[in-house]
Design a binder for this molecule. Structure first.
Ligand SMILES: C[S@@+](CC[C@H](N)C(=O)[O-])C[C@H]1O[C@@H](n2cnc3c(N)ncnc32)[C@H](O)[C@@H]1O
Length: 232
């Protein structure tokens, strides 16, 4: 069982995501657990504020470090250890930020070995730098573009990691021949009909190798028309 905790000011976004399709089935089968934590619940302020304007001036608001710290104490077991604060064993604290290390399939495989992944989702102009410096174990980005918040990035990572947990998709062993130490093998796929005619005289055909019934021919075709995703 792997646990995902998402610290966000929009928990509903993540809660809905955990109640659909294969993820819901995996949650029901207790293969994984997804919990969204409302950052505002960890604010000590009267109106549950969690942001303030940036020191030095500038546009927008910045999420403050104190509520994040309290949330991490609760959900990641953050504790002092040799002048640092560390999470419980088997827990990784991930800060979502566009300047972080680029998330890929290889990293997903590594993260799938952890017991608990805790995501900190930024909003507005980002999060006070002390979160990156003293609380997070790793800063991850899902690509070189700027989103409005970290929730979608957290969901991308959760979905990718979840697919690698045995039993979440397909039968046990389903992923064995597609996952390598370098990433994940993806090939073109076809289904019925064998010939699709969007209009007269146009026939889009399924490659004959896939209709051959010969596993060797099919495998060779897939190798030729696929690639390993996440290869360094
Ligand atoms: C508008 S962005 C703020 C950008 C801010 N300058 C920074 O570096 O964090 C708001 C939040 O969206 C999330 N975010 C935006 N783009 C992202 C990306 N490519 N990957 C991961 N998270 C992203 C981060 O959590 C960020 O704090």
């Amino acid at each position: 069982m792997i646990t995902f905790e998402v610290i966000t000011i929009f928990p509903e976004l993540v809660e809905k995501f955990a109640t659909e399709s294969l993820l819901k089935r995996a949650v029901d089968k207790k293969l994984l657990k997804i919990t969204a934590r409302n950052l505002r619940d960890f604010s000590l302020e009267k109106h549950k504020n969690v942001d303030d304007s940036p020191y030095g001036g500038g546009y927008g608001m910045v999420l403050k470090p104190d509520a994040v710290f309290r949330a991490l104490k609760k959900v990641a077991g953050l504790k002092p250890a040799n002048k640092k604060f560390l999470p419980s064993r088997g827990t990784k604290i991930i800060l979502l930020t566009p300047r972080g290390k680029r998330f890929d399939q290889k990293m997903a495989a590594k993260l799938s070995q952890e017991k608990k992944l805790v995501f900190i989702c930024g909003r507005y102009e980002g999060i006070d730098e002390r979160v990156a410096k003293h609380m997070a174990n790793v800063e991850l980005s899902i690509g070189d573009y700027d989103l409005m918040g970290g929730e979608i990035a957290a969901m991308v990572i959760i979905e990718t990691v979840s697919r690698l947990i045995p039993g979440v998709i397909g039968k046990p062993g389903f992923l064995d021949d597609r996952c390598t130490k370098d990433g994940f093998f993806e090939s073109a796929q076809y289904t019925r009909p064998a010939v699709f005619s969007p209009q007269k005289a146009i026939n889009w055909k399924v490659p004959r190798e896939l209709l051959s019934g010969d596993p060797k021919v099919v495998k060779a075709w897939r190798q030729k028309h696929g690639k390993t995703v996440g290869k360094p």
